[in-house]
Each structure stands twice: as C-alpha cells, then as structure tokens.
Design a protein around this ligand. Structure first.
Ligand code: COA
Ligand code: AMP
Length: 641
C-alpha cells in the first residue's frame, strides 16, 4: 500500500519503509546501534514476553546515560543541552551537558538518600522549569519510574495517580505561572495526598521566587536546601543499569472512564525509537537547536522536550509561556530566532491562537528565522486553513504528524530526514517504519481507500510504543487488543487515500481534544452526575475555532428541583474545574428537560454534537422520541451552539 505514495525524487522513504517490511528485526537492530548498551540484547524482539512481545529482550542500558553521560564523554560537555526561556517570569537560563549531568547526578543521589531505588515510582508534579527535567532524568539514572502529572489537573486527578502509581516520593514546586495568575501547587498537592489512600513517604518542594509554599515539617523537604547539602557532601549518583524492558516512566492519559490509564514506557525501545526519529523524521542533527513547545505533563513533552533531543545530542528549548499574550503573538518567532532553532514542534491550536491575534503575521518580519527549517504539528488534527496560513507566513514546510500517548512517537508523518514526500493538507502523510496501518470495519475487514473506518496497527507495535498499562495487562488487552484481534486499536477513525496517505479524522470513543489536550467526556460526565441536583447528563465536544473542541455538558435536573437553573449550571462548571482541573476548559453546562435516547436507552451524543455544531443531521431511526432533538436545538441556541 505504501509503495503507492507519491514519489519525491529525493525521498528515501519508500526504500526505508520497504527495508523495514522485509526485515523488521534487522531494521530495529540496526537502529539500536545508535544507543549505548551496557550489555547487548539477546533478542531484538521476543514474542514470548509481555502481552504481545517485548523489544530488545535481555539488553541492559541506562536512558540517562544515553541522554547525558555519553555526550559528555563524547566531547559535547560544553554544548547547551537545555535552554530555559520563561516569558512568564522573565527568566532565561542555559545548561550545558556538563552542567545537566552535574545537576541530575546530584538530584539522583538525593533521591537515593530518600530510599528511592530501581523500580520505585516517583511522581513529578511540576511546572515547566529545568528542575522538572532534572527530576525525570534523575529517576531514569537510578532506575526509578517517574510519573509526571500535568499542572493543570486538580487535586483529585493527582490523587488518582498517587493511588495507582504508589510513589515513594513526590517532587513538586511552590507554583506554576499562568498569564495573570499564580497557580499554587502546594495546596493542591496537600489536598491530593490527604485524599489518596496511598501516602508517599516524602515530598521535595522547589520554592519558586513567585510563591513561598508552607512546608509540612514531617513530610516536606526544601529542594534547594537538599541540593546545597548534597553538593557540600559531594554526593553524586552513578547510572544504574536496567533492562531494556524495565519501565522508564508511567504517563497517565484519559481513558473512557474517569480512571486514567497508566501508559508504561520501557527503556530500550523508547531510546531506540526516539533516537531514530530525531534524524529520520525531524531531520535534526546532533548539536542543532530544537524546540518542542509542549509541556512535560504530556507525552509530546516527554519525548521531544526531554528524551528525544537529549538522547540525540541536540540542544532542547524549554518554553514556559504561551503562543500569545506572553507578551504578544510574536513570542514564538522571538524564541526561534533568539535561540537559533532549526525546527519547532507544537499543536495546531497554538497557531490558531497566533493567527487570530496577528492574522497578517505582522510581528514575524521583526525576527531572523534564517536558521529555521521546519514546523511540525501534532496533538490534534491539523486543519488545512491553519496549515496553509503557517506555510504562507513562514515560507517553510509545515509537517502534520499523528501520534498518541500510547505510541510514544509518530505513527504517521512526513519524514523530513529521509526527504519529504509531497504534502497533502489534512493528511498526516505516511506510516513510519514499524507501523503497519490498516483501516478496517467492525469485523476487522479492510475497507477500500477513501472509506472511513477504524485505524488499527498490526502487532507488534514498534519499539517506543507501550507494552502495557501499569499493572493492568488485562485492561490493556480489553481496551486495545481484543476488539481487532492481532491489531492495536488506535481508537482513531480515518482513511487511507489512493496514495497510501493516512487521514485521521477523529476518535471512535468518548475522548475529545481541547487545545491539543486529551480529555474524557466520560470522566466529565462522572463529575456532572455527582452534583446533587443532576439526574442525568451527557458531555459532548463542541467545535471551537481556537481550541478545536470544547466540552459542553447537557444536564437533566432531578424531579422536584426548583432552584434556579443558571445557578446550578454555574456550580457544575465550578465542580468540573475543582475535580478535573482548569485544563478541562469546561465552561458550558446547559439544562435540558430530557436527553435524546435510542429505544434501547443509549444517549445520542453524536446527533447532539451535530446540533450543537450547527451541522446538518438526520433523525436516527432508533430514536425514542424525535421531539427531544428539537428541545436540544432550542437549548443550545444562544449558548455557544
Ligand atoms: N497549570 C495550571 N493551569 C493550566 C496549565 C498549567 N500547566 N495549563 C493550562 N492551564 C489552565 C489555563 O490557564 C486555563 O485556565 P482558565 O480557564 O482559568 O483560563 C485552562 O487551563 C485551559 O487551558 P488551555 O485550554 O490551554 O487554554 P488557554 O486559553 O490558557 O490557552 C492556547 C489556549 C491555545 C494558547 C494553549 O492551549 C496553548 O498554548 N496550546 C498549545 C501548546 C499545547 O499545549 N500543546 C499540547 C500538547 S502538544
Ligand atoms: P494524546 O494521547 O494526548 O497525544 O492524544 C492523541 C490523540 O490526539 C489521537 O488519538 C488523535 O485523536 C489526536 N491526534 C494527535 N495527533 C493528531 C494528528 N496529527 N491528526 C489527527 N489527530 C491527531
């Protein structure tokens, strides 16, 4: 199928993809030569291990060694590893590979003093500051398993992750900074620890100048004081060898219920895949400056703020700011130009924000972008108007690429390093080596080109993709493998075109994508249903010109509730913010007399979404009472629908 993709005379994609198809193990064994192993793997892929097999079985390595030590040994010690650029605080800093190694080895020794060892979990609940990256690498250095929790989540979400991961230690900070407001982390942390059944033995808190958190004498420790003491005592931890198949991190992502899924990433496959991607997909060389404008709370931040660029020996920019308002819509151009980034990776929503504020890109000519080569977009569907705008204004290639928390790196993209294929707006281009992508119907039969179906990937998934969910093999099987035997269910719907290009159109489950953030409407419904006046509810993702989608909750009040509907709606909005967090961007609850249902009682969320989006819709044949849809139409009028 992939052989049909349009041929660009200069692209090696077809040759490389065919090489992988002919000999998948040989392909990844070759890629693994780019990683430093303490002991070679015994099998490239062992189908008898784990749920569907494991990559690089028996291999011994350390991810932190590959990200830092080997570059220092190889002569990159003086090169910047991390550039911290924070318009929200006015701070800027640069850490060389030498300096990073020092910080990480010191922090790793501190973690060891707290009894953290191989396999122990550590939760990192931090804003986008260099210490958060040191923390991730320090865990990797001593074989501990980190789990980063995004700062925009509320205490309850953090508590769920504490109970699932059972961390020995939590690393946090006094605050995060959102434009116009300081987000105090410590009260959220305290509330989460109080709420969780599992109690970590200690918390290490980084006091930021913007906010001094009150430390609990027994449990909390001051980050800077521990660092000073460790340096004075010349403490430094060596790399602990781990198996390629040992977990490096757990990253929780939205599932179809309020219980997040603990996506597990291993050490070996992850290092091999990310290293391969930096050159072949992103076209970046070691020593070059790369910028990924995400947050370390998301998979994109894990892979391409931290591990990918560092394992590659590149310089990674970490940006604590927004595309607009910090201070203006020229912020991204400023960062690219000031630090000499050759490539930049962000979510389409960020470009929609810039386009809205500065439609003619008047701020762009102020900056020298001569070193800049490529813009990469992912996290949500890249809408063609936004891609066209970015291409025109930047006069550089804009590459949409598709991936998920579960996959850890790109499933389909346009491989810049192998030579770009022709761009088709609205398509993520072609599968990367390792991904055998099929579009199928409910019976797992392939559908013709151009027909929308479920997108699945033939097992095994490539190195870097998740081997399982944290201590939940059965949930992993049920959620991802059982529906289409022999395949990984991406839960995305889309089609292949006549050239083999992949077009990803939307989810097949209840996940919505809000400003590039993945959220479960099922999780939000659980919160709405918990309001004492609510009898029934349904949450849908409503089209939004900036964020792609925003949640909208329809609620039916319990019989006998006489309180003002507007007041109850306000309480519901506040409840979602309190229970899930501001990141849910839940601002709209609408009271309706009843919900549209099929005769078997299924809520017709798809039709409600079409009504809310103002799209044409057809009356479902199985509807219980057609009048209800008229009521929904009436209710959304003037409410953003
Ligand atoms: N800590 C605490 N709160 C956070 C947060 C964090 N780390 N990140 C976001 N929030 C808050 C925001 O302040 C906002 O709060 P509000 O309701 O009080 O305004 C809320 O969560 C929703 O955030 P968001 O959906 O991001 O909306 P926004 O209006 O603040 O910003 C964009 C919109 C488009 C500018 C922003 O989403 C963005 O820069 N996105 C592109 C990069 C990205 O995040 N990519 C995702 C992974 S690739
Ligand atoms: P996350 O796990 O948060 O990275 O979100 C993954 C989901 O975002 C995918 O399952 C898709 O629904 C969506 N997504 C990510 N990248 C793209 C893309 N390039 N095109 C379309 N959808 C995307």
């Amino acid at each position: 199928m992939d052989a049909k993709a349009p041929r660009a005379a200069t692209s090696r994609y077809h040759e490389v993809y065919a090489q992988w198809q002919r000999d998948p193990e040989g392909f990844w064994a070759e890629a693994a030569r780019e990683i430093d192993w303490f002991e070679p793997f015994k099998k490239v892929f062992d189908p008898s291990m784990g749920v569907y097999g494991r990559w690089f079985a028996g291999g011994v390595l350390n991810t932190c060694y590959n990200a830092l030590d080997r570059h220092v040994i190889g002569g990159r010690g003086g090169q910047a590893a991390l550039i911290y650029d924070s318009p929200v605080t006015g701070a800027q800093a640069s850490f060389s590979y030498d300096e990073m190694l020092f910080e990480v080895a010191t922090l790793a020794a501190i973690l060891q003093d707290f009894g953290v060892g191989k396999g122990d979990r550590v939760i990192i609940y931090m804003p986008l500051v260099p210490e958060a990256v040191f923390a991730m690498l320090a865990c990797a250095r001593i074989g501990a398993v980190h789990s980063v929790v995004f700062g925009g989540f509320a205490a309850k979400e953090l508590a769920k992750r504490i109970d699932d991961a059972k961390p020995k230690l939590i690393l946090s900070a006094s605050c995060g900074i959102e434009p116009g407001r300081i987000v105090k982390y410590k009260p959220l942390l305290d509330e989460a620890v109080a709420m969780a059944e599992f109690k970590p033995s200690a918390c290490i808190v980084l006091q930021r100048p913007q906010e001094q958190a009150k430390l609990d004498e027994g449990r909390d420790h001051d980050w800077a004081a521990l660092r000073d003491a460790a340096i004075a005592a010349r403490k430094s931890a060596d790399c602990v060898p781990v198996l390629a198949t040992d977990p490096l991190y757990i990253l929780y992502t939205s599932g179809t219920t309020g219980i997040p899924k603990g996506v597990v990433r291993d050490n070996g496959g992850h290092a091999v895949a990310l290293k391969w991607s930096m050159k072949n997909l992103y076209g970046v060389d070691p020593g070059e400056v790369w910028w990924c404008g995400s947050d370390i709370g998301w998979v994109v931040g894990h892979s391409y703020i931290v591990y990918g660029p560092l394992i590659h020996g590149a310089t990674s920019i970490m940006y604590e700011g927004k595309p607009v308002g910090t201070p203006d819509a020229g912020a991204y151009w400023r960062v690219i130009s000031q630090h000499g980034a050759v490539a930049f990776f962000t979510a389409p929503t960020a470009f929609r924000a810039i386009k809205k504020e500065d439609p003619d890109a008047k701020l762009l000519p102020k900056y020298d972008l001569s070193k800049f080569r490529t813009l990469f977009l992912a996290g949500e569907r890249a809408d063609p108007p936004t891609v066209e705008w970015a291409e025109q204004k930047l006069n550089k290639p804009v590459v949409d690429h598709w991936w998920q928390t579960e996959t850890g790196w790109c499933i389909a993209g346009n491989p810049v390093g192998l030579g770009m294929l022709p761009v088709k707006h609205g398509s993520a281009t072609v599968p990367m080596p390792g991904w055998d992508i099929r579009v199928v119907d409910e019976s797992c039969r392939e559908v013709p080109n151009g027909t929308i179906g479920s997108i699945v990937a033939k097992l095994p998934m490539p190195p870097g993709a998740f081997p399982t969910l944290w201590q939940q093999d059965e949930r992993f099987r049920e959620a991802y493998l059982d529906e289409f035997p022999g395949y990984y269910k991406t839960a995305d719907a889309g089609f292949r075109d006549e050239d083999g290009y992949v077009h990803v159109m939307g989810r097949t489950d209840d996940i919505i994508n809000v400003a590039g953030h993945r959220l479960s409407t099922g999780g939000m419904e659980e919160v709405l249903a918990a309001h004492p006046d609510v009898a029934e509810c349904a949450v849908i993702g409503m089209a939004d010109s900036l964020k792609g989608e925003v949640p909208c909750g329809f609620v039916v009040m319990k019989a006998g509730v006489t309180r003002d509907a507007a007041a109850i709606e306000k309480e519901i909005v506040a409840l979602v913010r309190e229970r899930i967090g501001p990141v849910a961007a839940f601002k709209l609850a609408i009271t309706v007399p009843r919900l549209p249902k099929t005769r078997s009682g299924k809520i017709l969320r798809g039709t409600m979404k079409k009504i809310a989006d103002g799209e044409s819709w057809t009356m479902p044949a199985t509807i219980e009472d057609p009048k209800v849809l008229e009521e929904i139409g009436e209710a959304v009028k003037g409410r953003g629908g």
